[in-house]
Design a protein around this ligand. Structure first.
Ligand code: FA5
Length: 338
């Protein structure tokens, strides 16, 4: 019995492998699988009958039948892969034409804030300004004090601040905050560099304020700073005129009005004419002598100008976006448009 069953197994292996070598399509291969390895397949039937054998024979025949099964399954997989890869290679195959160009997967693109920040940075870079980065978690000292806004100065109310509950003073006073503007970088850059300075600083800012169509609690600013001997208000005006023309078109009209920021004197805001309306896009002015003194510069030798603008507000003008809250809502229908 054992010998004849072992012979039977040999025969099944021999016949099935001979048949397998000439199979070159998946349908015939499936029929082959059913014939030998399917539920009523020859080898499966034989494996089932092993349980009826006496124990000694069962061991020998069982091992041989299992190894045959593994061998046939291995060959089946191999053959399937061969047929599939031949199908791919064959130009006659009607399933896949590998000469067709591939389908493009969806690729990411830039956020509108990033697009505008890059455009603004590139304009100022061409004018010789260097792009600098700065911390979003800032000391009171840089965000306010070195900018001529001491403790209890009423101008602190201009900036609704997110204070951080770390590094508090002995009397409990806060010292650390999320920067409310990029202006602290004016002090940081001047403190660590000597004039001439021409930098712009793009970055995130935070204000603890109610949001509406033009106010977010997280937004970007781009700060600009130029310090040297003999810098005048005319340099400020020319630089910002030139920026507006490059950003919004050569015919763009620009308007300066007096404004107050404690760290500049005189201070202005600049508006551009857009669709028949004047729209304010930035605050600016000549660096206040107290700010120059705070970083160790002599205001009788050096002067400078500074400006700060909001790229989201500029993006709203350029792209016709009616609500600043779209920027951070991560709505793919909005983001896909840029
Ligand atoms: C400032 O933050 C000054 N640091 C700007 C400055 C720099 C003046 C250097 C002088 C010299 P202001 O608060 O106006 O100023 O903000 C400047 C710009 O940031 C605004 O024109 C606006 O475009 C943007 N901005 C301010 N608050 C928000 C907000 N809540 N949401 C979105 N954008 C804002």
């Amino acid at each position: 019995m054992t010998i004849s069953t072992l012979n039977q197994i040999e025969l099944i292996i021999e016949n099935s492998l001979t048949e397998l070598t000439v199979i070159d399509d998946l349908e015939t291969l499936e029929n082959w699988r059913i014939k030998y390895l399917g539920r009523s397949g020859t080898l499966t039937q034989l494996l089932r009958s092993v349980s009826e054998l006496p124990l000694e024979q069962r061991k020998i025949v069982g091992a041989a039948a299992n190894s045959a099964k593994n061998e046939l399954e291995g060959k089946l997989l191999q053959r399937r892969e061969d047929i599939q890869s031949n199908d791919l290679k064959s130009n006659n195959s009607d399933s896949i034409d590998i000469t067709l160009p591939g389908r493009r997967g969806p690729i990411g693109h830039f956020h509108p804030s990033t697009l505008v920040i890059r455009e603004i940075s590139s304009i100022f870079s061409q004018m010789g300004f260097q792009v600098v980065d700065g911390p979003e978690v800032e000391w009171d000292r840089y965000n306010f004090e070195m900018l001529n806004i001491p403790k209890d100065h009423p101008a602190r109310d201009m900036f609704d601040t997110f204070w951080l509950d770390i590094n508090r003073e002995v009397d409990g006073a806060f010292t650390t905050l999320l920067r409310t503007h990029t202006s602290p970088m004016q002090a940081r850059v001047m403190e660590t560099t000597s004039p001439p300075i021409r930098v712009i600083i793009p970055g995130k800012c935070y204000r603890y304020e109610a949001t509406d169509a033009t106010h977010e609690s997280q937004f970007h600013q781009i700060e600009g700073l130029a310090v040297d001997k003999g810098i005048t208000f005319a340099n400020l005006k020319h630089t910002l005129f030139e920026f507006a023309r490059q950003m919004f078109g050569p015919e763009t009209r620009v308007r300066f009005r007096c404004d107050y920021f404690p760290f500049v004197e005189p201070g202005v805001d600049m508006s551009i004419e857009w669709n028949g309306k004047w729209l304010e896009i930035l605050g600016a002015g000549m660096v206040h002598p107290n700010v120059l003194r705070a970083v160790g510069y002599d205001p009788s030798i050096y002067s400078g100008f500074a400006f700060g603008m909001g790229p989201e507000r500029i993006a709203m003008l350029k792209y016709g976006i009616n609500d600043i809250r779209h920027f951070l809502q991560s709505d793919i229908r909005f983001l896909r448009q840029f």
